[in-house]
Ligand binder design. Structure first.
Ligand code: FE2
Length: 250
């Protein structure tokens, strides 16, 4: 049985290296008609090549549009749930050793809510990766540097993706805040000041990230007149110069 990470315990990753890049792969939506498979393959290729790359799977890995659910099932996805799980395994298998953990999104949770069947735990077990049971902290250590991430899949449908991130910022003391769910894609620094041990003030940046998606403009989004979003994913870099975040998009 795969390891279940309790959010109260957090998750720590230590790398024997000077730097790391953490890729947040969120809202992949394997099985959806508008799943951007080519983009995911390009992400996997990049991550495979980078020795110090690590990955967080941040929910909605599967489209999992269930019969009787909020959207008519066959309109939205073209694969049955078991095919979605197998395709996700096949696509992500080459980078499985770099995946820190996976957590569920609202789409993945549908079968759990309906039938007490957590498809993400089954996927984690197939891949040999831990399952993070909710939002919470992740600490990443490299030689001489540490960063603390606070994130989750997200729940808010607000047009302003910063509002939910600011709620996390009020709760968690972290360097980087990341959320998926609304498929917005940005990584913005928020500069602030802190008092150093030298008695002087210094600049410190926190980062607010919405983690994008691998789903093109889906029918439900078009019908609901949701804002189209760029597909892509963010990467958090930690090295001797500190933390920087970038996004890659189509
Ligand atoms: Fe999603």
């Amino acid at each position: 049985m795969t390891e279940i990470i309790n959010p109260e315990d957090g998750f720590t990753c230590k790398l024997n290296a000077m730097s790391v890049e953490v890729h947040i792969l969120s809202d992949i939506h394997v099985g959806a008609k508008k799943f951007h498979k080519k983009l995911l393959l390009s992400a996997v290729e990049r991550i495979k090549r980078k020795r110090n790359a690590r990955v967080i799977l941040n929910g909605d890995l599967f489209d999992n549009t269930i019969p009787g659910g909020p959207y008519s099932a066959r309109d939205q996805y073209e694969q049955r749930m078991e095919q979605q799980v197998i395709q996700a395994r096949d696509l992500l298998f080459p980078i499985r050793k770099k995946i820190l953990f996976a957590r569920s999104g609202n789409h993945d949770s549908r079968t759990q809510k309906r039938a007490e069947f957590n498809s993400m735990i089954i996927f984690c077990d197939m891949m040999g990766i831990p399952y993070y049971d909710g939002p919470g902290f992740t600490r990443i250590n490299v030689t001489g540097k540490t960063m603390v991430l606070a994130g989750g899949h997200g729940k808010s449908g607000s047009q302003n993706g910063n509002l939910e991130l600011e709620r996390y910022r009020r709760i968690y003391d972290a360097d980087v805040y990341y959320l998926g769910h609304n498929h917005q894609l940005f990584a913005n620094p928020v500069p602030g000041l802190y008092l150093g041990s030298d008695g002087k003030e210094h600049l410190k940046e926190q980062w607010l990230i919405r983690a994008g998606s691998f789903l093109r403009y889906a029918d439900y989004a078009r019908e609901g007149a949701y804002q189209p979003q760029r597909c892509g994913w963010p990467t958090i870099h930690l090295g001797p110069e500190g933390i920087t975040c970038t996004v890659r998009s189509t």
